[in-house]
Design a protein around this ligand. Sequence first.
Ligand code: HEM
Length: 193
Amino acid sequence: MQDTTTPATIKVWDPLIRIFHWLLAAAFFTAYLSAEESQTIHTLAGYLISGLIVGRLLWGFIGTPHARFKDFIVGPGQVMRYGKSLLQRRSPRYLGHNPAGAVMIVLLLLSLTIVACSGMITLGIEEHAGPLAGWVQSMGWHDDDVAEEIHEFFANFTLLLVFVHISGVIIESLLHRDNLIKAMITGRKRPQS
Ligand code: HEM
């Protein structure tokens, strides 16, 4: 007989989180692929990434329960215990982000912030343009080599993180027979049993 008291799926990710995620993914790949092709597209995608990060940081404090940082950011001890259980294929299922996913999210947001800031500094030095141009000039920076190196290094580092992130999503989905990608589209997941 069908259980009518437990719903098949429940709401986990609010619309802002989902829009943020897919816009961020699209903007990152656009910025990465347009770097050598179009300065305008590259810069616009970079501004979109910056705006999305600022919005996500705010939403991490005032957003819906599973969007809040306090819902998923845990200490190193808990991350280690989760990592161990993952290796033993006994990791518990989380409705929101699990501790390993949370580490990945923090690294992605940090790395993207460095990419965005170093990009705007490079633009300020090279073209005297962008929101940091005035500040860059007031600092007397003329050599854009360091900022550009940092920008490129962290752009590639972010790409590496994205590969690990997607692999983690696939592994978690298989381990818990969840479809985490579908959940990031619909916002819904099977409830905890
Ligand atoms: C196109 C391939 C991608 C897929 C399939 C994908 C999938 C996912 C999924 C399923 C989640 C939720 C994980 C969970 O259930 O805990 C997630 C979260 C996240 N992903 Fe991705 N992702 C992709 C690309 C990216 C890219 C390119 C970035 C950044 C450059 C990114 C950054 C994030 C962030 C920051 C979160 C946390 C969402 C939040 O709480 O705001 N993802 N991703």
